[in-house]
Ligand binder design. Structure first.
Ligand SMILES: [Zn+2]
Length: 260
């Protein structure tokens, strides 16, 4: 069985002390690869460097998270990301999107940067990784206008309803689930996910955040994507091996990398 964790933040300082051990643990737990996600310019650079260093295991995206939209010059950011995106290890532009829950930066700036970076993704012909929290309608409206269905993307940490999922599928996007589906109170999300075709689903950890049951309270890491796969198997009424085979194929196709 091989699993791919499609959303990690292994460049974050939470992993500075033991990054190598975390990666070893993942590799010893059947995790074949991870897609590490850029969240600002310095995180994107660090992630690219790490993906070149751990080149049998880590791929990267480059992007600016909506939390960081407030204090950035979009055009300059887009130019820097354009240059970074030319590296082989870069598989998508992200994470980008809207976050009206934490409200760390003004909505108008979030929207403008989101659009700017969707246009960048189109220009460099890469898929996108979308972060959307408490802004389902605006996210989908902007995606309909500015995303390129030919390149597609991932709705990371999906928390929407079936209507949002269907709109995303129409745009040729994948739906990614993480530790949230293992949480007791996530009945509604599990019900929604049960209705999304298995070949449109991906698994992720979003580590160091959103640690799945039974490890809640600890730092999350890629090895725990297995708990997400097990819960998804339960939701879909198939075996964990079937989930692994299908989501790993999908992730490889998304990243355009070959399996063994
Ligand atoms: Zn993330």
């Amino acid at each position: 069985m091989q699993l791919i964790d499609t959303h990690t933040h292994l460049d974050f300082s939470q992993f500075d002390e033991d990054r190598k051990e975390v990666i070893n643990r993942a590799q010893n737990s059947d995790i074949a690869a991870v897609l590490n996600i850029g969240t600002c310019l310095s995180s994107s650079r660090k992630s690219l460097m790490l993906s070149q260093h751990f080149d049998d295991f880590m791929y990267t995206t480059v992007g600016v998270h909506p939390h960081n939209a407030g204090d950035i010059d979009f055009h300059k950011a887009s130019e820097i990301l354009y240059d970074l995106s030319k590296a082989d290890r870069v598989k998508a532009i992200g994470e980008i999107g809207l976050d009206y829950y934490y409200d760390n930066s003004p909505h108008q700036q979030q929207r403008e940067m989101f659009i700017e970076l969707l246009e960048l993704a189109k220009e460099v012909q890469l898929p996108v990784v979308i972060h959307s929290r408490e802004a389902p309608q605006e996210t989908m409206e902007i995606l309909k206008q500015h995303a390129a269905p030919d390149n597609g993307g991932i709705m990371h940490c999906f928390a929407g309803d079936i209507n949002m999922a269907e709109q995303a599928l129409d745009l040729n996007f994948y739906i990614a689930v993480n530790g949230i589906i293992t949480f007791n109170n996530a009945h509604k999300l599990r019900e929604t996910i049960s209705r999304v075709p298995l070949d449109r689903l991906l698994i992720e950890t979003d580590c160091p955040y959103l640690t799945p049951t039974p490890y809640r309270g600890q730092r999350n890491e890629p090895a725990y994507v297995r708990q997400v796969a097990e819960k998804l198997a339960e939701i879909k009424g198939v075996t964990t091996e079937q989930i692994a085979a299908r989501t790993t194929d999908t992730a490889r196709e998304f990243m355009q990398i070959k399996g063994e």
